[in-house]
Write a protein that binds this ligand. Sequence first.
Ligand SMILES: Nc1nc2c([nH]c(=O)n2[C@H]2C[C@H](O)[C@@H](COP(=O)(O)OP(=O)(O)OP(=O)(O)O)O2)c(=O)[nH]1
Length: 154
Amino acid sequence: MPRKSQIPIRKRAVVGVILRHNTFLTIRRSQQVVAPGKVCFPGGGIEHGESEQQALVREIREELGVTATAGQRLYETVTPWGTSVAWWHAHVEENAQFALQTAEVAETHWLAPQVLLRHPDLLTSNRDFLVAWGRSTFAIPGIAVPPDWDEISD
Ligand SMILES: Nc1nc2c([nH]c(=O)n2[C@H]2C[C@H](O)[C@@H](COP(=O)(O)OP(=O)(O)OP(=O)(O)O)O2)c(=O)[nH]1
């Protein structure tokens, strides 16, 4: 997905990339939201007057019931449906206990990058994000691109 897009921006969203022991925190979206059952990162729409960091912390609190801190801004994409997505590294405490808002989030899983990339229910825009990471378009602090990445991302 190109970073500079001709697609008109209709909405802005923020996504949290949270790591633990070389795995990503992923959510399975509930059946009641857009893209039901898809697997992606926590996140959501940026409200009027909110910064990306504020939206990131609010969305993670609403969806997972934990307090996150924003790390660095990793990347930016525009989805084919016109949402500008800011991808942020984020942190939660090692022993944080999630309290899921089940109307939005059906379940959480810590997934290795290779598992996430090959996940049959992965949100397509997240595949683009992972492929861009594998091409070193940007780095994610604390995790290296797996050596077999090229073979599995073809
Ligand atoms: N949550 C989330 N959204 C993503 C990811 N990747 C991606 O392209 N998006 C897009 C899908 C949506 O267009 C937008 C935000 O999605 P959303 O459905 O979770 O948020 P929303 O604004 O509809 O709902 P809300 O939580 O703000 O109420 O970002 C991802 O990994 N996680």
